[in-house]
Design a protein around this ligand. Structure first.
Ligand code: ZN
Length: 167
């Protein structure tokens, strides 16, 4: 419950990011945010209990985080949901694959790197996906610098978020 995703709105109701319920509750307790929609379950403190938030709004307008995410192995794995982009298997043992191999001029950019499991990476070796006849399951793009990906959560049943996200 405490890891439940909570939509965080800026003071002007603009969707800012998604955080865990734990963090949202702290923000409310500190008076830095108000609860707009309650979620599933209750939070218990020593003296009382109140509903877990589903949508909160910050009391103060904050600047949207615009900084680009650094291209690191972990960020690429996160972007790809720890899934090999060739065979679609989730794995804790992933490697970074350059779609167009580096020695053939492939750049080290978000659009040219994907997560690949070790067997797929070995199989592909120094070839392009076309040459290796291994198709990518999604087209890699640079992630938006907004922490958690809101669109991913929109796919789930988040009725209470709809009116804030699509207005
Ligand atoms: Zn694979």
């Amino acid at each position: 419950m405490i890891n439940y995703p909570v939509l965080v709105l800026n003071q002007n109701y603009e969707p800012l990011m998604v955080c865990r319920a734990r963090r949202a509750v702290v923000l409310i307790f500190q008076g830095k945010a108000e609860m707009l929609e309650d979620g599933v379950g209750l939070v218990h403190s020593a003296t009382s209990s109140f509903p877990l938030p589903s949508v909160i709004r910050l009391g103060r307008q904050v600047k949207r985080p615009r900084q680009k995410k650094r291209l690191t192995r972990l960020e690429v794995f996160n972007r790809d949901h720890h899934t090999c982009q060739y065979c679609g298997r989730q794995s804790h043992q992933l490697s970074l694959d350059h779609i167009i191999p580096r020695y053939r001029g492939g750049p080290h950019t978000w659009e040219n790197v994907v997560s690949a499991c070790i067997p797929c990476n070995r199989k592909k070796a120094g070839r392009t996906p076309q040459e290796a006849n291994m198709l990518l399951i999604t087209r890699p793009v640079a992630p938006t610098g907004n922490g958690m990906n809101i669109s991913r959560f929109c796919l789930e049943d988040r009725d209470k978020w709809q009116k804030y996200l699509f207005q």
